[in-house]
Design a protein around this ligand. Structure first.
Ligand code: SF4
Ligand code: SF4
Length: 295
């Protein structure tokens, strides 16, 4: 069972929900993936002990100026404008390169070779409660989060990380980046259920609409958690009814919850009553997911 916790907007409390869900699930092996590689922060709550580290590289071209004739074929075949030929000089823009290798394959002089450019690092370990925890950390200034997330997901299912992942008892929880761009799409890809965290504000509703559009496009069943719940105009609820999206949980806007979360305490530690609520949430997710398969 793979659950992606996402929201169209940052700061809605995705990590709060994802970490408490991971802590509350009983009798299962839990694999937690912090896919918010630009700003991973779930470790602050779950406190894993990282013991494995793996760099993520992308192959980008390097020019042998002695061999290069300045013919320009490499720039012609690059769909991403990551290589340009000006006069007889070849310029490579590594940040734009997608590592497709077309330029290297099409260079008639074999003047291009590839080297691994560091995009980020993956780290894995266990939390004090036995959750297998993996995160990706993007290099500072690196714009390509998606390949790091893709590699993180691949690494997560290797025996090195979790020999038991193939069992049906494993629950994989992915803490997604904010928004609806490519890194979020990559996090959602392959998920069995999307748990969408929103808040009852106009901004929250606007961004919920965007992420709902995305999960519908990807054909992933979804439900909503309303975080920082308060008196509102009811727009979010009306949207959920119209979109046939179940609201699975509500967490009130209360100062002591916010203070405890800011201090790195899990929600279910601050409010133990939520342990049962998160177990119920997991049950509902399982039911909704199995119903979507039957349909
Ligand atoms: S295709 Fe090869 S030879 Fe031609 S400009 Fe590019 S690097 Fe130089
Ligand atoms: S590897 Fe692909 S994306 Fe990168 S410069 Fe060459 S053609 Fe462009």
């Amino acid at each position: 069972m793979r659950i992606a916790v996402a929201s169209g907007k940052g700061g809605t409390g995705k990590t709060t929900i994802a970490t408490s869900l991971a802590l509350a699930v009983e009798g299962r092996l839990v694999l937690f993936l912090d896919c918010d590689v630009e700003a991973p922060n779930a470790h602050l709550t779950l406190k894993p002990n990282f013991v494995l580290h793996q760099p993520v590289h992308r192959l980008v071209p390097r020019v042998d100026e002695v061999r290069c004739t300045g013919c320009g074929h490499c720039a012609e075949v690059c769909r991403y404008h990551a290589i340009a030929v000006i006069g007889s000089k070849v310029l490579v823009f590594p940040e734009l390169c997608h590592g497709c290798g077309s330029c290297v394959t099409n260079c008639p002089e074999a003047a291009l070779s590839e080297y691994g450019r560091l995009l980020g690092v993956l780290e894995a370990g266990s939390t004090p409660t036995g959750i297998t925890f993996i995160r990706g950390v993007l290099e500072i200034g690196e714009p390509s989060a998606t390949p790091v997330i893709r590699q993180l997901k691949k690494w997560a299912v290797t025996p090195e990380i979790c020999p038991q992942v193939s069992t049906s008892e494993t629950v994989e929880i992915r803490d997604a980046p904010p928004g609806t761009s490519c890194p979020v799409v990559e996090t959602l890809r392959g998920a069995d259920f999307a748990l969408l965290v929103s808040e009852p504000t106009p901004f929250g509703l606007h961004d919920l609409r965007l992420i709902v559009e995305l999960v519908r496009e990807m054909n992933i069943p979804a439900g909503v958690v309303v975080n920082r719940d308060m008196t509102s105009d009811g727009m979010l609820e009306r949207f959920c009814v119209d979109a046939e999206l179940p609201i699975l949980m509500r967490i009130p806007l209360e100062r002591d919850i916010g203070q405890a979360l800011a201090a790195g305490k899990p929600l279910i530690t601050v409010r133990p009553a939520y342990t049962a609520a998160f177990r119920d949430l997991f049950e509902r997710i399982q039911q909704l997911e199995s119903r979507s398969i039957v349909v």
